[in-house]
Design a protein around this ligand. Structure first.
Ligand SMILES: C[S@@+](CC[C@H](N)C(=O)[O-])C[C@H]1O[C@@H](n2cnc3c(N)ncnc32)[C@H](O)[C@@H]1O
Length: 288
């Protein structure tokens, strides 16, 4: 097997020269030749897409992410398949596992939590497989920020309150402090900031926001295990959420939502449903 980084670089070099013929020829949601990288959704088996479910049910080999892919989903949809957790496995182990299955004519699928496109590290596996001659493709899933917004019974964009959404993560082992933009998103005021991979760092993130002078009353909601049976919501503000979360004891597997949308506060009716759309709005604005 080619060294994974060399494979990634080689695939990038090919893409720089010519467009992948499948782009524009295959739609998202279309079952294709090769190994699908499927978004398992946030946890509840019912939140896996229909296509994802059909592919998982037909699979001989299911390589799945660790604790955030619900074992209930695996039991329900692929109890008879060979199931391999990716926890503790590097590309050197995962890629030959999936390649060999594909070459042996077995149906292999790769299950990522939420949507593979968000903090999923899917592309490096796909590039390494493509480099080995194994076609791959993506099947989208429900990302945990969307499950959290459903739990909170809100929208992440809300007229007059939240015009933008940021999917982000805090500084830490894999992100340098200068690449942590949470303070900048909060500063913008009309952004709903959804923090992935940051449950353990909520206290220090909020302390930093306070030090930077952001409004201590800014709403923050933390949704632990959105869509799981043990889902829990902890609500507060930039000032209070750190202590509340510490008291609740969660250190992982939660979505942190900062901004007025977290509390559905102060929004205005939209243009869409006040007759304006029917008086000549553009199609794209009226589309939702
Ligand atoms: C490695 S990232 C994977 C994200 C995933 N690809 C997605 O689209 O949701 C893991 C982080 O996603 C968030 N997460 C995943 N599933 C979640 C859930 N059911 N409820 C809340 N947060 C979740 C947590 O912030 C967790 O630390």
């Amino acid at each position: 097997m080619t060294d994974p980084q060399e494979a990634i670089d080689a695939e990038a070099a090919i893409r720089a020269k010519e467009r992948d013929a499948r782009v524009g020829d295959r739609t998202a949601g279309e079952v294709q030749d090769g190994i699908p990288f499927i978004g398992a959704g946030p946890g509840d088996p019912g939140l896996l897409t229909v296509t994802g479910k059909e592919l998982v049910e037909a699979a001989d080999l299911v390589v799945h992410a660790g604790s955030l892919v619900n074992s209930e989903l695996l039991e329900e949809y692929c109890a008879d398949a060979e199931r391999v957790s990716s926890i503790g496995k590097d590309l050197e182990e995962l890629v030959p596992l999936m390649r060999d299955a594909y070459e042996a004519g077995r149906d292999a699928v790769r299950l990522h939590s939420g949507d593979p496109a968000i903090y999923g590290a899917a592309l490096e596996q796909m590039d390494a497989l493509e480099h080995e001659g194994v076609p791959t493709y993506l099947v989208p899933g429900v990302t945990s920020a969307f499950a959290a917004s459903a739990t909170l019974r809100t929208q992440l964009t809300l007229n007059g309150v939240a015009n933008h959404v940021a999917f982000t993560r805090p500084r830490g082992k894999t992100l340098d402090p200068e690449d942590d933009h949470i303070g900048e998103f909060v500063e913008m005021g009309d952004v709903t900031t959804c923090i992935y991979l940051g449950t353990h760092a909520v206290g220090e993130t909020m302390d930093r926001l306070l030090e930077e002078g952001h409004d201590p009353q800014t709403p923050v909601a933390v949704v632990y295990h959105a869509s799981w049976p043990d889902e829990e919501v902890i609500e507060g503000t930039i000032e209070t959420i750190g202590d509340r979360l510490e008291a609740a004891g969660y250190r992982a597997s939660a979505m942190v939502v900062i901004g007025d949308a977290a509390r559905k506060a102060g929004y205005e009716r939209s243009y869409l449903y006040d007759g304006w759309a029917n008086r000549g709005s553009t199609e794209s604005e009226a589309d939702d």
